[in-house]
Design a protein around this ligand. Sequence first.
Ligand code: ATP
Length: 371
Amino acid sequence: QRKKFMEHSADYLVLKGISKSFGHFNALNDINLHIAEGEFVCFLGPSGCGKTTLLRIIAGLETQNQGQIIQKGKDISFVKPVKRDYGIVFQSYALFPNLSIAENIAYGLVNRRQSSSVIKARVTELLQLAGLPDSGDKYPGQLSGGQQQRIALARALAMSPGLLLLDEPLSALDALERVRLRTEIRQLQQRLGVTTIMVTHDQEEALTMADRIVVMNHGVIEQIGTPEQIYLQPRTQFVASFVGKVNVLRATALGAGRFRIGILEFDCPVWGDKFVAGQAVKVYLRPEDIVVHRDQPSQPSSAERPRGTITKMEFLGAYCHACIEVEGLDKQSVTAAIPLSEVHQNDLKAGTKIFLELVPAKARIFPVTKE
Ligand code: ATP
């Protein structure tokens, strides 16, 4: 019995077989997930994939048709929202406009009938935490979007909840504020050690903030993993294309780990036993796994590099994305990520003729399926 407890003691929240339908529409289908205490988990997926519905079910704002929610070993599947131990922040700041910032933060504490000196001390502490120690007497309308969201976060943390739920908290903010708040929220979460679930459709947000990402599509979980696992080892074609930029190339398996794209043959032993000779496949390769050269390799023993012409350069700061039309890859074009220093050194621009090297060890290969 004790061993069993030890094995599961690290799970703060467990979702078991959660399903939800609206009329005939299945919004969620058999969702199973274990979240450890102190973990920051992102639900990531396109619009309509069910991520908000799942968060609302955890909050008790929506009721599942099937399945269980276990929080700290306790079944809370049908516990009322107010009796669940969480704080929540929504996309729209949702502060009470007619209450001061201090009153907004104190709202839940007042409802819990705490003494006024305790409330005052806690509000001061939370204003500090939000990085806005002097704004207690202001009103929401006097604060910027980012500041309002910091206050919404402080309000959600006022009761020291065990679980923090964030529903697209950054999507209404401008780009600079969004990036700044990403770091602030993550640092605060780590400092407090509060288990956190954030819903987002922004892959960069999920990759930079989460301990683990739950990628969702059409009401099911496609993959659960660390940002590195999701980016480097996507398990499905959906995950590979939804997270990060990727080249998808039509290819043919030749058997025994060898593949061909147009005239280019390459070995990819890890995928060797997955495909039979002659099978049509898709090769997924990140732009950073395509290397651009001005020349053929100097050693004649090396495989010949396919030729290409740069059709467009996209400046992205520290590196560029070069769109390349490749001869011999069955007229497929690719995008390569090239560090800016190399772009300058090799004088790469639209019209430049280049030679390509693919890094097949990084490729993910999937069977061609009917859409
Ligand atoms: P978004 O980022 O657009 O909010 P999402 O992944 O969070 O997308 P949900 O809001 O969870 O998606 O919605 C999932 C699906 O369920 C959508 O197709 C939506 O139209 C549907 N849905 C959500 N709530 C309801 C409801 N109350 N009644 C009917 N359908 C709903």
